[in-house]
Design a protein around this ligand. Structure first.
Ligand code: GLA
Length: 733
């Protein structure tokens, strides 16, 4: 109603005062975005950053020339980069977008501002939308592109958003990597030229680069001071982030779907909605921007974002595809005896005509292999319940193998270009199903529903996706919409997720995609967490989880204790260190417990008990990164603090080990300087307690001076190890 009333007023204004000046201010508790939206003129960007007082905002508006359009269109200023570029049906390549209306709609948690732009000559419109949260410093911005022309309009460029960032000493922080080395942090100054961060995998989008970035406005980002702008594109498919540092005083930042081989024919009457870009600002450094993303995620953008996650054992690195009922029972008994709460059976449980013995068959044939599991899933669920834990299962529903009953029945359901050979993935037989096809969507939803209806005891699903799109071709899409394949795949995927979530809102679902291929805010509204990487080596995880924490909260980062030597890096890492790293995220295990000694099991048992105490602080608390592993000081350290600044957990991990090496003293952050905190070491293995065990220190002392952490563990000679680590629990008295 309010929306209607506002839009009515705005329409009236537009009708009677066509040149009325409209100063649009979009704000959150700590941020302001100022725009000039004069009806009949271009929409102009004025300012984005620290929240301004009314007086400063008014003065700034007077002095700021507002040179840049808030959503620049191609055609009448050709040399500049554009957020949108089209070809009208008559061949005209230009757009001339003018503000026609401004609407605001205030809800309890956020206010949405919609600024309608209309072309002066063509019935073609773009609405630029901003959703500003009231309790967290995030604005989501996206566009709705409407073709009211009689014939299709070709969209060549269709960014979600554009943001000019004033030049100065701006540095970019972004993530890069590859399979088994995801989430690496890259920090670089923005120099003249075009910096492009992109993905073209088709299915997964975060193994290599990520669709999230931070801009530090004051030189190389510091963790706990300095001004930082953050941006996260909420999309699961191919994306493109581009920063054009041209001859002007500004960096021009564009973010959206990657248009490469994805030009879009917008039909008459059709609306194209771009995925949102979430932007944030903090004057508390990169950790401050991370806290904004994390809070927004937990409250608005992550499935069940405020519900504590269970401690689980996943079977993959323990038995790989060699699933057998007795082993599953044994693993369940072991995790239950260590205090775990959930067991997840990974790949290898399915296939009738083609049992999944190797990774070259059976995807799509989601029926239990009775040879491996004579009592089926129900038998496993019953076993889990009988020992007081929950049961979860692995599933890769978007895929098939050419060796499968599904492929035999529906060869036309796979992504493939006509007249071309299939390009095959994992096992030499894997193929991707065409999620553009509604029948494929129905099939996946039906399968999921059947699995959950038949086995209501399933508490957790690990949803995997282990292939990219290699063949550009859809049997379902028409010849003139083949370029929509990547976009339609992700629309189909999202439609499937929405239908599943509508029926199963509280099921826990993990987004896995060959490890960390789906750490993105496009999928997270439907998934509770993601698998950070197939690489579980604790030392390498320090680096990967550090980078990932820039944008994603610990509650979403699955982090497992695995065997030594590690199965990917073959590095031997002490069990305590493996535990201490896994405990800084969503703790789990990925190991065959029957190969562990009693002492190792006992250490895990006590760690799990201690994790239960600190779980709310890690999973729901605020992150403060302290010493970066990327600064090569031989050390990494971070901490989580609860909202009340009463309780905190401090993590300290060596990343190198040399004799007589010197480490910096890690000073803390985020505490209340006036409070007194008692220090207690968790996961202690040393013969003697730390000198400061049980002692109290003021927040001020801990943040200005810090504790001197012994570099090595005090153990009997034959038990000594190289990499050491500490976890400290601090509680205000
Ligand atoms: C992917 C996942 C792994 C595991 C395997 C199973 O690689 O990332 O965790 O589930 O598939 O095939």
């Amino acid at each position: 109603m309010k929306l209607l009333r506002n839009s009515f007023i705005v329409c009236l204004l537009a009708a009677f005062l066509p040149m009325v000046a409209q100063n649009v201010e979009i704000s959150t508790p700590g941020m302001s975005l100022l725009l000039k939206a004069n009806v009949g003129e271009n929409l102009k960007f004025v300012y984005f950053g620290e929240r301004l007082s009314d007086a400063d905002a008014a003065s700034l508006r007077e002095v700021e020339p507002a040179r840049y359009d808030a959503y620049p269109a191609y055609g009448l200023n050709c040399p500049a980069e554009a957020a949108i570029a089209v070809r009208h049906a008559d061949g005209n390549m230009t757009l001339d977008l003018k503000v026609s209306a401004v609407e605001t709609d205030a809800q309890s948690d956020f206010t949405t501002t919609r600024i309608a732009l209309r072309d002066r000559e063509y019935p073609f419109a773009v609405t630029v939308c901003y959703k500003a949260y009231k309790t967290v410093d995030i604005i989501e911005t996206w566009t709705e592109i409407v073709n009211s022309e009689k014939r299709p309009v070709l969209l060549n460029r269709f960014a979600s958003a554009y943001l000019p960032i004033r030049r100065g000493e701006v540095w970019l922080s972004s993530l890069y990597g590859q399979w088994a080395n995801e989430g690496r942090l890259c920090e670089e100054p923005l120099n003249p030229g075009m910096k492009v961060i992109k993905n073209k995998d088709g299915v997964r989008n975060s193994h290599t680069a990520h669709a999230e970035v931070m801009f530090s406005l004051d030189g190389k980002a510091r963790e706990n001071s300095g001004r930082v702008i953050g941006a996260a594109l909420c999309y699961s498919g191919n994306y493109r982030l581009a920063i054009d540092t041209d001859e002007s005083d500004w960096h021009h930042f564009f973010a959206g779907i990657n248009e490469d081989n994805s030009t879009y024919n917008l039909q008459s009457g059709e609306t194209f909605v771009t995925p949102p870009l979430a932007i944030t600002y903090s004057n508390e450094g990169a950790s401050g921007a991370s806290r904004n993303f994390h809070k927004w995620a937990r409250n608005y953008r992550l499935a069940n974002g405020n519900r504590l996650r269970k401690i689980l054992l996943n079977s993959w690195e323990g038995v790989y595809l060699d699933i057998k009922e007795p082993e599953m029972h044994q693993m369940m008994d072991d995790i239950a005896s260590m205090g775990g709460e959930l067991f997840v059976m990974d790949d290898g449980w399915f296939g009738d005509k083609y049992p999944r013995i190797k990774d070259n068959s059976s995807l799509g044939d989601w029926v239990v292999d009775r040879n491996k599991l004579p009592n089926g899933i129900d038998g496993l669920v019953a076993k889990a319940k009988s020992i007081g834990i929950d049961f979860g299962i692995w599933y890769e529903p978007e895929m098939s193998n050419t060796v499968s009953e599904l492929y035999e029945k529906h060869p036309d359901w796979v992504i493939k270009a006509p007249k071309r050979d299939l390009q095959l993935g994992r096992g030499g037989t894997q193929v991707v199903l065409d999620l553009a096809n509604p029948k494929v969507q129905d099939f996946i939803v039906g399968l999921f529903d059947e699995l959950m209806t038949k086995h209501p005891g399933i508490d957790y699903v690990k949803w995997d996706a282990n292939m990219d799109i290699r063949n550009h071709g859809s049997n379902y899409l028409t010849a003139d919409s083949q370029s929509h394949l990547y976009i339609e795949y992700h629309r189909g995927f999202e439609a499937v997720c929405k239908r599943i979530r509508a029926k199963y809102p509280s099921l826990t679902i993990q987004a896995c995609a060959s490890g960390g291929g789906r750490a993105n805010y496009g999928v997270l509204p439907y998934f509770d967490e993601f698998w950070v990487s197939d690489n579980t080596d604790a030392l390498q995880r320090v680096y990967m989880q550090w980078g990932t924490s820039y944008f994603f909260p610990a509650i979403a980062m699955a982090s497992h204790i695995s065997a030594t030597p590690n199965h990917t890096t073959f590095r031997s890492v002490p069990l305590k260190y493996r535990i201490d790293v896994a405990m800084s995220g969503r703790l789990g295990m990925e190991i065959q417990p029957k190969n562990m000694t009693d002492d190792e099991k006992a250490l895990c048992r006590s760690a799990i008990a201690e994790y239960k105490q600190i779980r709310p602080i890690v999973q729901l608390g605020n992150i403060y990164r302290l010493v970066s592993p990327y600064d090569n000081k031989g050390l990494a350290s971070l901490m989580y603090v609860d909202d009340a600044k009463q309780k905190s957990v401090f993590f300290w991990w060596k990343t190198e080990h040399f004799y007589n090496q010197h480490f910096p003293r890690a000073t803390m952050a985020g505490l209340d300087p006036a409070k007194l905190y008692r220090v207690h070491e968790l996961n202690r293995i040393d013969n003697e307690p730390l000198p400061f065990e049980g002692k109290t220190f003021s927040g001020e002392y801990l943040m200005n001076i810090g504790l001197e952490i012994p570099y090595n563990h005090n153990l009997d000679w034959h038990k000594r190890t190289d990499l050491s680590s500490r976890v400290l629990y601090l509680e205000a008295q």
